[in-house]
Design a protein around this ligand. Structure first.
Ligand SMILES: Cc1cc2nc3c(=O)[nH]c(=O)nc-3n(C[C@H](O)[C@H](O)[C@H](O)COP(=O)(O)OP(=O)(O)OC[C@H]3O[C@@H](n4cnc5c(N)ncnc54)[C@H](O)[C@@H]3O)c2cc1C
Length: 404
């Protein structure tokens, strides 16, 4: 029986492995999804792999996207490659195996991840970090009219293809774009998308609207931040509809929950984070939204050998917002705990910081920042965001190039 402790607190073993393993040799770590948290593990592996262990990464895409820079890419502030981590290069540089494919489930009895192509990948420690997806598109909507923000690696291609489909001969009426979801991400997209449309279609008259089911933008931020965001949308001529849930999307229009139709050519779906449906099929405890419940050690509630991180996980004792900043901070904790786990030593707790810096790119060289209950607006906020984002990405892109 594997038993791990958080400091002095014993952690009861829940599900056990049917396979026994030697603590020193031939241990398999499998990372499912390579996003904000798991990229850190691959980078650490490149520097100092755990002796006697091997690392396998499973991803549904050869590229991992850094969401914090997506609005900047739309706004033309960054090239697309600057927000992308090339997983083939990253894994190669670390001597890790990269498996591109879709997972169909976990075989708990033999401790293996099953893939769509029939391969079964055994693990001694598995970490699940496949992120989140926008909440449900209403039934009977026309999927062709909607471009969802996820999967993010293909978002720009899908958006460009849809823009070309709906483009009008020059001089024709305005192109009407509806962004659905007024969280931080949706607000940034509404503010940053215009230059991208111009790059794809040439000069285009745009009418951009932002629809949000809640009564306030970017719920969770402070009133000053929300006020700054509202004013910025207003000054840029972006129509804001608060408290308006989109009930259906049809070709050429969407319908609000009060039955009011709104004409639109393109709907971008950027609603709040919900769990990828596969998490609910894993037969593991989840929260009300379907995210895997984890202990402070980042182990899932009933299985010592399975960890979960980032958006896919919900810390049972202290749930945090679905934000990359939390996923990033879990990286070092997960790395340390995987090593401790394989050595059968007590694991360390992840303690989320309640205060975190949030910066919204407004697409005009400025940004809105929030920290410690205060909201700020200015060019310096964008410089800070640029520094933090490019610093983060350089870590991965330099690791990838230095070894190839
Ligand atoms: C537009 C936008 C802007 C944002 N900006 C910020 C910001 O500025 N700051 C901030 O803190 N947060 C921001 N967020 C939130 C942030 O993106 C998430 O909290 C963060 O990505 C979570 O990291 P993760 O590692 O859990 O998931 P991800 O970074 O999404 O990584 C998951 C990885 O798993 C892969 N994957 C998914 N499904 C599967 C599968 N079935 N099998 C295999 N692989 C799979 C994906 O391809 C991806 O590479 C933003 C979100 C959006 C939508």
């Amino acid at each position: 029986m594997l038993a791990h402790a958080m400091g002095n607190t014993p952690v009861t073993t829940r599900r056990e492995s049917s396979s026994t393993w030697n603590s020193a040799h031939d241990r398999a770590i499998v990372l499912w999804g390579v996003g904000h948290t798991h990229a850190h593990i691959v980078r650490e592996w490149q520097r100092r792999p755990i002796p006697g262990a091997r690392l396998t990464c499973i991803s549904n895409s050869p590229i991992s996207t850094y969401s914090g820079m997506l609005p900047g890419v739309l706004a033309g502030q960054y090239r697309r490659e600057q927000m992308e981590i090339d997983l083939t290069r990253l894994c190669d540089s670390a001597g890790a195996r990269l498996v591109l494919g879709n997972v169909t489930g976990i075989d708990h009895a033999i401790q293996a991840v099953n893939l769509e192509d029939g391969e079964s990948i055994p693990f001694h420690a598995l970490s699940i970090g496949i992120g989140s997806i926008p909440s449900r598109i209403p039934n009977e909507s026309d999927p062709r009219s909607i471009v969802t923000i996820k999967p993010m690696p293909t978002f720009l291609d899908r958006l460009a293809a849809r823009l070309r489909e709906i483009s009008q001969p020059s001089g024709a009426r305005r192109l009407r774009i509806a962004v659905v979801g007024g969280g931080a991400g949706g607000t940034e997209i509404a503010l940053c998308i215009a230059p991208y449309v111009t790059r794809i279609l040439g000069p285009t008259r745009l009418e951009i609207s932002l629809f949000h089911s809640r009564g306030e933008l970017a719920v969770g931020t402070n009133p000053r931040t929300r006020d700054l965001a509202r004013r910025r949308l207003f000054n840029r001529g972006i129509a804001l509809y608060l408290g308006r849930r989109v009930a259906q999307v049809a070709p050429g229009s969407l319908t609000l929950c009060n039955g009011v139709p709104v004409e639109t050519d393109l709907v971008i779906w950027a609603t709040s984070a919900t769990a990828p449906p596969i998490l609910k099929t894993l037969r593991m405890p989840t929260d009300g939204k379907g995210f895997l419940l984890v202990r402070p050690s980042l182990q899932t509630l009933d299985c010592d050998t399975i960890f979960a991180v980032g958006d896919s996980a919900s810390l049972e004792s202290a749930p945090t917002p679905k934000a990359g900043v939390f996923a990033v901070r879990q990286g070092p904790v997960l790395w340390r705990n995987l090593g401790l786990f394989l050595n059968r030593e007590p694991l360390k707790p992840y303690r989320p910081r309640r205060r975190f810096l949030q910066i919204l790119n407004t697409g005009d060289g400025r940004a809105i920042a929030e920290y410690h209950g205060h909201g700020f607006d200015g060019r310096w906020c964008m410089w800070l965001k640029h520094y933090l984002d490019t610093h983060f990405m350089n870590i991965y892109n330099n690791v990838a190039t230095s070894q190839t």
